[in-house]
Every structure is written in C-alpha cells, then in structure tokens.
Design a protein around this ligand. Structure first.
Ligand code: SF4
Length: 438
C-alpha cells in the first residue's frame, strides 16, 4: 500500500508533557503534509505511538499500547503502526524482535523526520540519540485549552544516577529565544492563555548556544506577548536557579510566582549517590528567605539504594518544615540502564511504599495548613472543566495536571474563562471557593 496524503493518522502519546509537545509538533508536520488527524485508532490508516520509558511502569504502559495497535493491525493489514520516542531508543534491537508487525521505529534523534520516513513507505529503525528540537508549527492535540506547554530545550547534561534520560535524549540543546517566542506568539494567537515552560532541565537553558544561562531573558521576552495571562516555570535544576531568574519571576505580573524544583532527596549521603547537589537544603532555604512569596513544587524519591532510617528521617523532617506547596512523591524504580542499578543495598519494595506513604501523610498535613491560610483570600482563577454544576479551576499557584484545584459552583461560567474568586474553605487537597461579587 502506498502511503498517500489524506490518510488518517492517530497519535497516541504516553509519558509526560514533554512528549505531548513533541507529538503536537509532529502532528503539525503531518497536517502540513496533507495527512488528516484522528482520535479514533480504529479508523486510522496510520497509528503513531510516542512512547515513554522513564520508569518500568511507563515502559509497560508503552508496550501495552503497542500490543493494542498490533491487534488492530492483525485485522487490518493496510494499517501502518509506527513507534517513536524513548522506548525504541532504550530497547532498540529487542523491540525489533518482539514486535515484527511494527512498520518503523524512530528514537529521540530523528523524531522530527518521522513524516519523511513514513512517506518512504519502507521499514525504518532510526534510533540515533537526540537531535535538535523541531520548530514546526504545532497542532494542539490536548483538550485542556487554553493551557499548554512549550519545550525550550532537549536533552540533559546532568548525570543523576537514577535517570536514563541523558542516555535517551543526549546532551542539552537549547532552542533559540526567537524560536521559542515565535512559538509562544503563535499559540497565543490560537487562543492559549497559559504557557508552561518545560525541558528536562529548564534552568540550564541558553548555556550551550549563548554561553551563559538565559532563562531569565527568555521569560522576559515571552512575558511581553499581549494577552498571555500566565507563564509558569517547571523542571528547574536546584543549583542553577539564580537570583536573576527569581527576580524576573517576581517582577513580571504574567509570570506566575511559582517554580517547580525537583530536589529528589535532602540527605547529603543520598544526594551524593544520586549525583545531585548536596547543598540542596541551603538552596531551598535561600530561595524562600529572599523570595518568601514564591510557591514551590518539588518531587522526591523514597527508597533510593542505601537510604538508611537516618537518611529517611532527614527527608521526613525536611517535608515537615513545609517548604513546598506541592510535592510529587515517587518510589525508587530500579532500571538496568541507570547508574544506580549497580548500587548494593536495594531497599525492599514494601519499605519504599511505606516511606512514600509516610511522606504523603506529612505533606497532607502541610496542605491542610496551607489551604487554611488561603481562606478569605481572593484569587484570579482559570476555569478548566465543568462537571455536575461544579467548576474546577486553578490559580497561579497551581500547575495543570499535577497540582490541586479550586472548586466553585457554576454560575454562567465557561471553560477557559478567568474569574475572580474568594476561597471559602477546602475539601481534602482541593480548595473550595465562590465567585467574587465585585
Ligand atoms: S536533571 Fe537529572 S533527573 Fe532530570 S533529566 Fe537530567 S539527569 Fe534526569
């Protein structure tokens, strides 16, 4: 069968927001080349599965989607199935053997080339490691408008021992300020009101192409775009969060007073084994001392190899101190390709889970305290969804998909509106509010 224009392409995206952005860039390339997009994999001529392999669960989920597509292909020989992203990058040859029905693989390096490869209509398996970013006009696929993400760089120069991303995505490669700003402008013209800045590590931005970190400059340029209400910074690396960056966040009304700084742990022993900054505590303390009104999010890993009771007690104490408005807590996941695989003293799965739960309980108490302080305060919120006469909203201190919500009663509201609300209480993690009357 020749691959022709007007064929319907279904893109299945797994993993994080970075993968979503990549899929949207590729969707833009398909549309530019005359293909049609569909959400229905059963009526697609082409299925592209953009995979994740960050942890074992993500690999299994990606594989189950590949198997699902192969089942459809068994009934429809004309269907073409392609697999892209981190999983073929990681598993390479073993995938070729395991899935003979797949028509082509592309790793992280040639993702922007995929339409070209597909049009050749020959089997391909191109798993060179990450190339540059694809600057094509994106086609927004997610339905959480008017919110989206912009990926400002590819790859990572750090060597966190638990992480295989640098192996899969290669060295850090920044996009130019112009390319990011042009993309942001196009998204705002399309109706986007909130842009979340992402990369494997956002704070290294610019060092490879401008010789020094330029995230502050990039944010300043994006903040000039008219009608862009919120810009939010995610995935910052602790030791490269500079004062100049935080001042930029503080000084610009449309840059949210919010920063996501994954710290992973606080014990110096564990941070050393993780290959991460041992002065993480000092970094967080300094940020909050100088910029007390900034809301912080982080992520933590429990049960890293060699995590003693003492290391964990230190982490517990750190969480109790309530530096972070939001915390993502993950159990250590052992991966052959990661540096930490070689460590002895792996922690028992049950203990990893118990420790996760202990931190979650501590953070829940923090959330109750933090939510209580907000009662009576007014915030501008973005209405994200409406269900059963309740509107689920977010304020500037809540990131999409990962943080809690503010719930208000519906009263002539529509999704995508910004409204002023007063917080009246809270229910578990979520805040509860009502529309301001003035
Ligand atoms: S900063 Fe560390 S955890 Fe994040 S992508 Fe780079 S190596 Fe992985």
């Amino acid at each position: 069968m020749n691959i022709l224009k007007n064929q319907k392409v279904a893109i299945i995206t797994l993993g994080c927001s970075k993968n979503t952005v990549e899929s949207e860039s590729v969707a833009g390339l398909f549309v530019k080349d005359g293909f049609l997009l569909t959400n229905d994999i059963n009526c697609a001529d082409i299925i592209l599965i953009h995979t994740c392999s960050f942890i074992l669960d993500a690999q299994l989920e990606s594989q189950s989607q590949i198997e699902r597509a192969c089942l459809i292909k068994q009934k429809n020989q004309n269907l073409k199935v392609f697999v892209s992203g981190c999983l073929p990058q990681l598993l390479k040859e073993s995938m070729l053997k395991k899935y003979p029905l797949i028509d082509g693989y592309v790793g992280t390096g040639s993702f922007g080339n995929i339409v070209h490869l597909i049009k050749k209509n020959k089997f391909f398996a191109d798993t060179q490691c990450a190339g540059g970013m694809n600057d094509s006009r994106r086609r927004i696929l997610s339905d959480n408008l008017p919110t989206t993400y912009i990926k400002i760089a590819e790859g990572c120069n750090h060597k966190c021992s638990f992480c295989i991303i640098p192996k899969l995505r290669g060295k850090y490669k920044s996009r130019t300020i112009k390319s990011v700003v042009d993309e942001a402008k196009a998204l705002v013209d399309f109706g986007i009101k909130e842009i979340n800045i992402i990369a494997q590590d956002t704070t290294t931005y610019g060092t490879d192409i401008y010789g020094k970190p330029r995230l502050d400059k990039l944010l300043q340029e994006i903040s000039k775009i008219n009608n862009l209400k919120w810009i939010r910074l995610l995935y910052s690396y602790p030791s490269t969060v500079t004062s100049s960056l935080l001042e930029t966040i503080y000084e610009h009304d449309n840059i949210c007073n919010y920063i996501d700084i994954p710290v992973q742990h606080i014990s110096k022993n564990i941070l050393t084994d993780m290959n991460r900054p041992v002065n993480t505590r000092k970094i967080i303390e300094n940020i909050k001392k100088k910029f007390p009104n900034i809301f912080l999010r982080t992520s933590l890993i429990t049960g890293f190899p060699n995590e003693t009771k003492k290391d964990f007690a230190e982490l517990e104490e750190f969480v109790k101190e309530n530096w972070f408005e939001h915390i993502g807590i993950f159990g250590y996941s052992d991966q052959k390709a990661a540096g930490s695989f070689k460590f002895n003293n792996k922690i028992d799965k049950d203990i990893i889970e118990q420790r996760k739960q202990i931190l979650a309980n501590i953070q829940f108490n923090n959330v109750i305290k933090n939510n209580s302080k907000k009662i009576g305060q007014n915030f501008e919120v973005l209405i994200e969804s409406i269900d059963n006469k309740k509107a689920y909203c977010r304020a500037y201190f809540q990131a999409p998909e990962i943080d809690n919500n503010i719930i208000i009663n519906v009263n002539n509201l529509k999704v995508g509106d910004f409204k002023k609300i007063t917080v009246t209480g809270f229910k578990d993690y979520d805040l509860v509010g009502k529309q301001c009357t003035i």
